[in-house]
Structures are given as C-alpha cells and as structure tokens.
Design a protein around this ligand. Structure first.
Ligand code: ADP
Ligand code: ZN
Length: 729
C-alpha cells in the first residue's frame, strides 16, 4: 500500500478530532507520502493528522482545502495503520481516539531543533596548553562524534572558554546538528552470563523463534528468581542481531532502574526509556529515533506499544499477569493483548513472562496456541521459600492488633540474625474505615459511593476513588459528637505503627505508592532497602512486583483472606498470583526464605493451593470452573457502564438498553442488568452497569456496536464499553 501522492491529488487525512471519519484534502506542493504526518486546516484551526489513503472524492472538489505542510518525521508505516484500525475495532474505540495514542509525541509538529556541536578541525592552535591538549585528545579519542560544549568541557575537564579558544585557529570547529540524536548502540555480541542448562535451552528456543521472522507467542513461566530476565535478554540479543527493534514492557516504573542496569551489563549501553517519568525532551527524541531506527531497544510502560517502530521484532511483556497492563480509563485496552495483536501484524515474537501467569495465558499455552517454556527452580543456591498458614482462629491477640504472636516470633528471629522481614498488607493509608462511636456512621466521600480512608502520614482523609481529601475531623459530620471518631481496621501506615511498638529497635521502612512524590524518590527508597538500610519492610502491592531484596528471608502476609472476599470473577486467580508473588520476595539468595500467611480459613482451596504450590492443579481447577460457567477465557464478556449526574437518566437508559437487545440476541449473547455498579457513584456521577456475555466465537464487537448505536445519550450521560473487563467496578 505504500504510495506517493502528487501535488493536488486527493488524500484522505485522519486526525485525532472526533469527526467520525477521515477528511479529503489536496496534496501540498511537493506531494506527500502514504502515511505522512501532515498539518491540515480544520474550520478555523490547524490540526495534525496522518495521510490514511487516497481521497474519497465524495465532496465538492472546489471546497476541498489543501494540506498545509508535511511534518518532518518518518511517515506512519502501513502495519501501524493496520494495528490502530484493528485495535480500534477490537476495543470499540473510535479510530481518532486510537490515533491519539500513536501521536502522543511532544513537539510533533515542530521542526527538528538544532544545537551547536564541536568537532575536531584541520587547523593547529597557535599556542598549546595542557588544557587545550586534553580537549584535542578527547576529540581524537572519540573519532567523528560531535560533543555539546558542556559534554566536551566535562569530558576534557576544562572550562568552556578553553574549547571556545580553540575555535579561532580552526583546531576545533563548531557546527549545527539536530538535537535529537540516536541512542548509543547496544552490542548483542557481548558475552552474557553463563546460563544454566534449563535457562540455555529456553534461551535457545526463544532466540530461534525470534530469528524465524514469523509471528508467535511464548509463555515464559518461571518461579521468581529463576532467571526469566536473563533468558529473555537472549531473545532480545537475537532480535538486535537481526537489526530489528525490541520492546520490553514493565508493569511498574520503579522496576525500570534495575532493568536498565542489567541491559547495560549485557549489551554495553542503556536502552531508551518510555514512561510518564521521562522528560518531554527525551520523549520527543525517542519518538523520532524509534521511527528512524536510532533506538534498538525500548523499555517502557504500556503506551510504548504505540510508538512508531521502524521494524519491531520482539515484544516482551514482563509480569504479564499484572493488572496495570489494563488501561482503565480513556481507551480501555489490555497491553498484553494488544502486544499480541501488534506482533501478529509485524511478524514479531511475543514473550509473556511471569511466575504466576494470567489464566488467559495459561489456557492459551495449555491449548497449544502459545509456546511454553518453564523454569522450575531458582538460580544458584536459592530455593523457594517454605510456606505456612498462621491460623488466626487460635492466635491469642487483642482486636486492635494485626501481628499475631506467631508472626511476631518469626520476625524477632530475623532481627536477631540481621536478616530482613517483609510485612505485607494490600491496603494503603492508616485505616480503611473511620467510624463515629456515638452514632455509628462511617465517614464517606461526598462525591462517591466510597469510604474516606484515613492517611495519617498526610494528616487527611482521602477518597481512593476520586482523590478528594479533607483534614481529619475531630467532630462527627453526622451527629456532631466530639472526639468519638475511631479508625477501624488496618492499613499499611497502622501496621507500621504496630510494628514500631512491637520492635522498637528495628529500622522500619514503608513502601506504598502514595507515600512518594516521584518515581525517583520511590526508586531511592527501594535502593535503600535493597542495600540493607531497613530491618522490617511494610508494604502494599507495590512490593510484589519483582523487586530484588537479597537479604529478605521472611514474608508475613497480614490478611491472606482479603482478596477472597469479593464476588469478582478473578478473586481466586488474583489472590493466588499476589500471594505467590509476595512470598517469592523471600529467600532470593543463599539463606532460605519463609512465607507465613495469616488466615481465618486455612482450609480454603485457594489458600491450600498457595501453600502447597501445586500451581498446575490450581490453574486446571480454575480453568474447569470458568469453562463450565462459560466465563472468560472460555466465553466473551463486555461491561457497559452508564454514568450521569442524574440517577433517573442512567436507569432509564439502562432499562431501555436491556429491553432492546435484538442485535445481541442475534449472536446468542445474554444481557445482565441494569444494576448499580459496585461503586455506584464516582465524582458525583451515578453509575449503572450492564454485563454482556457471549460464547467464545461470537462476533461480540459488531453486535455491541449495533446494540449501543440504537440509543441516544441524553444530556451529560456517558457510556463506556469495556471488552474483556478485568475489574468489575
Ligand atoms: P526472574 O526474572 O525469574 O525473577 P532474574 O532474571 O531476575 O529472575 O534472576 C534472579 C537473580 O539471579 C538475578 O539477580 C540474576 O542476575 C541472577 N541470575 C539468574 N540467572 C543467572 C545466571 N545464569 N548467571 C548469573 N546470575 C543469574
Ligand atoms: Zn470520592
């Protein structure tokens, strides 16, 4: 489909404006290429768009306006257009909204900016000094590379005036060069770590899959600490050797620092980084370089899938089960699934790495749709932690404490041996509920159907739904009683308080995402802990994600039952994954680790599966249950959430939708609801939910579009459709 349009030819330009279709324009002077990024007039404005194809010519030709200019970036590739179109169809997202994900580049419309660089010239300076010699030697040593003034004076350890002084005789020359420069070359031929037999066999299979140059997906399942990263880095090496680009997706920005170091150790330089913590300048550079092939390896967050790679050959989705791969607002997409889609269009390979895969991926590997590689033991002398339940029904403890005597004894033992202990609770803040002891009311958010959570560190009550906060009151907002408000239940901050009282000598560090202002602060805290700067770590879900704390030998889970309480389809799966991941933090080097789970139901099948580690049995049982119920991944689901400040409007619409279901009935789908969504109000908007369930092969997107298209949204009513919903809130 690549082609060129001459001046005056009609082209169809897709913009990110919500117009419903691409518009016709005339090619500008000099013509433009298929896929070119262009600036076009739209009403009184100028907007950026992409030449999506030949014009349709169904509009009065005398009124068709001309493209203003072609932007100085690589045209969008054919496969990217296909990817966006198919992703839009899959997620029922309008194409302009999908295009917005692919054009999130700062300064996209700007001309490439220039900077002054300094190189070795032909001349000789009239007078040589030691400082001048250092400058010339530095330039000689680095061959043709140009330096900025600061880089050169730093590298030669001279002041900038020394460099400037060399310009006169022509020994150093100054010239303009584009500001966005390629990333340092990674060398796939450097020697990697010596792999174990298992690791080497896995790496060889992955490398040959990558070299085959056809699409495929492999589930790389390995216990925590088995060396999955070492193994997939070999697949990255194979990809780079073929001059194709690789992308590694990580679920958490805080994990990138460690990963960058490992890439540098393996390939001699750091990869390009793409996530919210990266500066605008770097993002602009990356976006441009990835399109020109000046970036070989990108490590990033899910949105890195939408970068304009020149030739993407491998996508690694690390910790593929992680829920943060699902974008839950704006365009609702699952980066894991979109990675597979993108790779299938690009003849690329996908590696899904996890110790506890999602049930979807497990089933795909079980059925042979995905390849599967398994690493069953930890690297080196490290062994998997022993796991035990602490039966809370027989522990003797007061109602306002959460660390049982058995857990306390285990922590004490670690402190005596100068090892680290981790206490895990998946709840941010001090206490989940603030209750008035006079009237019995709980303090709720004014805008949401949610309780306000006390954050003592911030000295505020915070709504975890909308972010609203207020100072912690002393007077009950319901009955006016003074000093009768009491925190109920534990959060991570309260647990830290209890630990400080129980272990006054210990250094305690809290790891919770909301306690750190920036990714850098969080990274510093993690490094401090890894270096042994804390004895007891108190953490939320954040600690489950792949951090390496070598001296950590005990993990205590405060409330292992917490995740089992919901009616959520994935409650069992999530609890299993989270508990196994958290436990996997213990004993990652020589000293064996132990994981203790406080539970009131030690005989619960999920708790039993976690303790025994009989994963295959667990997955199979879970898969059987879903198969019988026709639930994902054996059936298709979609969630439809209607929201409005007017409760009557949403229920009226919901009921109307539940009545007119012909398009859904035609594919044999069922509709449940309308019902108040589990969180029935967020930011002052009432929320009503319908669930659609269909069989696996059913064309659910088409039917949903036809169904939803029958209704007009009144006033401020919004409808959001979530294909394959992960959370059912
Ligand atoms: P996973 O990703 O499966 O949790 P990692 O790749 O992070 O495992 O490996 C765990 C630790 O073991 C890391 O510190 C890693 O460097 C080390 N390791 C794994 N395999 C090897 C190897 N073959 N040689 C040296 N160190 C290894
Ligand atoms: Zn709120």
């Amino acid at each position: 489909m690549d082609g060129f349009f001459h001046e005056g030819d009609l082209v169809s330009v897709l913009t990110t404006q919500p117009l419903g279709r691409a518009l016709d324009y005339k090619s500008p002077e000099g013509g433009c290429q298929f896929g070119a990024f262009v600036e076009v007039p739209l009403g009184p404005r100028k907007v950026i768009g992409v030449v999506w194809g030949a014009g349709r010519g169904d509009y009065d030709i005398s009124k068709v306006r001309a493209v203003i200019r072609v932007l100085d970036v690589a045209p969008m590739r054919d496969e990217m257009q296909t990817f966006l179109a198919r992703a839009a169809d899959y997620t029922l997202t309008p194409l302009p909204a999908m295009l917005r994900l692919a054009t999130r580049a700062p300064g996209l419309g700007d001309p490439p900016s220039m900077r002054r660089i300094y190189r070795l010239g032909q001349g000789t300076p009239a007078r040589m000094t030691e400082a001048r010699t250092r400058v010339l030697e530095t330039l000689r040593e680095y061959g043709g590379l140009g330096f900025t003034l600061k880089e050169l004076s730093d590298a030669a350890d001279v002041t900038s005036s020394v460099v400037k002084g060399l310009l006169k005789g022509g020994a150093v020359i100054e010239e303009a060069a584009p500001r966005d420069v390629p990333y340092p070359r990674l060398d796939p031929d450097l020697e990697g770590k010596a792999l174990t037999d298992d690791q080497a066999a896995g790496a060889a299979r992955l490398a040959s899959a990558v070299r085959s140059g056809v699409y495929g997906t492999t589930l790389l399942k390995g216990v925590t600490g088995s060396g999955k990263t070492e193994v997939y880095l070999e697949a990255v090496a194979a990809c780079l050797s073929q001059n194709r680009q690789a992308l590694v997706l990580l679920p958490e920005i805080a994990l990138t620092a460690e990963f960058l170091t490992r890439v540098e150790a393996r390939f001699g330089a750091q990869p390009a980084e793409w996530h919210s913590g990266v500066t605008m300048t770097e993002r602009r550079r990356l976006w441009r370089m990835v399109g020109q092939g000046g970036a070989q390896l990108v490590v990033g967050a899910r949105s890195a899938l939408f970068l304009p790679y020149r030739d993407l050959g491998l996508i690694v989705v690390d910790e593929e089960h992680d829920t943060s791969y699902k974008q839950e607002d704006g365009v609702l997409y699952n980066a894991r699934d979109m990675a597979v889609l993108r790779a299938s269009i690009n003849a690329a390979h996908v590696i899904l790495a996890s110790a506890t895969p999602s049930l979807e991926s497990w089933v795909n590997a079980d059925s042979g749709k995905y390849e599967r590689i398994e690493l069953t033991s930890r690297f080196g002398s490290a062994t998997m932690p022993t796991m035990r339940a602490i039966d809370m029904r027989i522990e003797d403890m007061p109602a306002t404490s959460w660390i049982s005597p058995s857990l306390k004894a285990a922590v004490t033992k670690r402190l005596e041996r100068s090892e680290q202990a981790l206490l895990f609770i998946n709840r941010r803040g001090y206490a989940p509920v603030t209750l008035c002891r006079a009237c019995g009311q709980q303090i709720g958010c004014e805008h949401c159907d949610a309780r306000m959570v006390e954050h003592r560190f911030l000295k505020r009550l915070v709504c975890h739904q909308c972010g609203e906060s207020q100072p912690i009151p002393t007077i009950c907002p319901s009955c006016g009683a003074e000093d009768r408000l009491a925190p109920i239940g534990p959060g991570v901050e309260r647990l830290a308080e209890e630990a400080a009282a129980l272990f006054p000598e210990a250094r305690i560090a809290v790891l919770s995402s909301d306690l750190y202002g920036s990714a850098r602060q969080l990274k510093a805290q993690i490094e401090m802990i890894a270096a042994g700067g804390a004895d007891i770590i108190i953490g939320t879900q954040l600690v489950a994600k792949g951090h390496n704390f070598p001296n950590l030998t005990l993990v205590g889970v405060i409330d292992a039952d917490l995740g089992l309480q919901g009616s959520d389809l994935r409650a069992a799966e999530r609890t299993f994954q989270l508990m196994r991941q958290v436990a996997g933090r213990a004993g990652r080097s020589e000293v064996p680790g132990e994981a203790l789970l406080q539970t009131y139901q030690p005989e619960h099948p999920v708790i039993q599966a976690i303790l025994t580690g009989e994963e295959e049995t667990f997955w199979r049982a879970e898969a059987d249950e879903r198969r019988h119920a026709g639930m994902p991944p054996f059936g298709r689901m979609a969630g439809v959430v209607l929201s409005s400040p007017d409760i009557q409007d949403v229920f009226d619409l919901g009921r109307a939708m539940a009545r007119q279901i012909d398009p859904l009935r035609a594919i044999g789908a069922e509709v449940f609801g309308p019902a108040p969504a589990p969180i029935a109000r967020i930011r002052g908007r009432h929320r009503v939910r319908l669930l659609v369930k269909a069989s696996k092969g059913a064309p659910i997107q088409k039917a949903l579009a036809a169904w939803a298209g029958q209704f007009r949204l009144k006033g401020e009513t919004r409808m959001s459709i979530d294909i394959d919903p992960q959370s059912f809130l």
